[in-house]
Design a protein around this ligand. Structure first.
Ligand SMILES: Nc1nc2c(ncn2[C@@H]2O[C@H](COP(=O)(O)OP(=O)(O)OP(=O)(O)O)[C@@H](O)[C@H]2O)c(=O)[nH]1
Ligand SMILES: [Mg+2]
Ligand SMILES: [Zn+2]
Length: 298
């Protein structure tokens, strides 16, 4: 590799950063000073690297990010594909809302993929369960890696973009990518699970090139998503577009919209204009964030 170059981190494994520089992958360590400055490079980061060997390098600096996610740890994505299986595992709305909040806060457009749709005999009940997300305007696609339903549509959505695929373990993220782009040969659930080598099949974040300037990151599944340390309770509402809208009419300045008499959000809830499950998540998390902040000042 050249003495100094710029590239994108495509994979982070065990303290190494694989950086794509001029079409080649260079294995890098990070300069110690980065850590001291609190900079933690993640996949998707555009970095400056210097040569340390024929195909080894050192990450010298991380260029400013367009956006960054904590879980999964990726930066600079144009689209987040949120994969939720219709069954096995069943839809977890808590996790879904958490992920949507993350994307809203980082201004990353989400695409909802209802995976394993071949397992649904009757779609109407599931459709009803997720209709609130359709009403909110989030694009959604039913997909199946078995029948290939929805695959073409996903392909069209990804084209020309840098995307990240995320969701719980076992929902079929790697399977989806394998049918999108035969030849990737990503490891898929089942086998390792049966051998008891841990629950997660995909072990690290990895950006894959699908051609046509299309990159997509496969990521390990997870069970919980925590909010960033800097997120204050009064900022959470930005993660819920419908609450943000309703809250604009609130007469109270600095209102947290958690049930105050006369609050515009509460009124919208009482009139059935806001989904009660989403509202309950919001309320729970505002309280959680307030507790975290109070603990920090104690
Ligand atoms: N019926 C059905 N099963 C699927 C489908 N997609 C994946 N599966 C199965 O679901 C299991 C998990 O699939 P993976 O692709 O490994 O799931 P993952 O989301 O990548 O999981 P992690 O890497 O652990 O996060 C495997 O047994 C797959 O065969 C689908 O569309 N339909
Ligand atoms: Mg996987
Ligand atoms: Zn209010």
């Amino acid at each position: 590799m050249p003495e100094r170059a710029q590239g994108r981190i495509v994979r982070v494994v065990a303290g190494f950063y694989d950086v794509e520089v001029e079409g080649r992958t260079v294995r890098c360590r990070a300069r110690g000073v980065l850590k001291k400055r609190g900079v933690h490079p993640v996949a998707g980061d555009v970095v400056r690297v210097s040569a340390a060997g024929p195909s080894e390098g050192v990450v010298e600096d991380v260029l400013p990010r367009k956006n960054v996610l904590i879980r999964p740890p990726v930066a600079n994505v144009d689209l987040a594909v949120l994969v939720f299986s219709v069954r096995e595992p069943a839809l977890n709305r808590h996790l879904l809302d958490r992920l949507l909040v993350q994307m809203e806060l980082e201004s990353i457009p989400p695409l909802l993929c209802w995976s394993k749709c071949d397992l649904l005999e009757e779609r109407s009940e599931f459709a009803k369960e997720v209709s609130v997300y359709a009403r909110l305007g989030y694009p959604m696609i039913y997909v199946s890696s078995v029948t290939k339903e929805g695959i073409e549509e996903v392909r069209n959505r990804l084209r020309g973009k840098v995307s990240v695929v995320t969701g719980q373990s076992g929902v079929g993220k790697s399977s989806l990518l394998n049918v999108l782009h035969p030849g990737l040969g990503l490891a898929v659930g089942d086998v390792s699970r049966r051998l008891g080598r841990g629950r997660h099949t995909t072990r690290w974040v990895e950006f894959l090139a699908l051609g046509d300037d299309t990159y997509v990151a496969d990521t390990p599944g997870f069970g919980v998503v925590s909010f960033g340390k800097e997120l204050g309770p009064e900022q959470l509402v930005r993660g819920f577009p419908e609450l943000l809208r309703a809250g604009r009419g609130c007469q109270y300045r600095g209102c947290l919209h958690i049930g105050e008499e006369g609050c515009a959000v509460r009124a919208a809830l009482d009139e059935g204009r806001i989904d009660p499950v989403r509202y309950e998540h919001y309320r729970e998390w505002v309280l959680e964030l307030r507790r975290t902040r109070d603990d920090r000042y104690r």
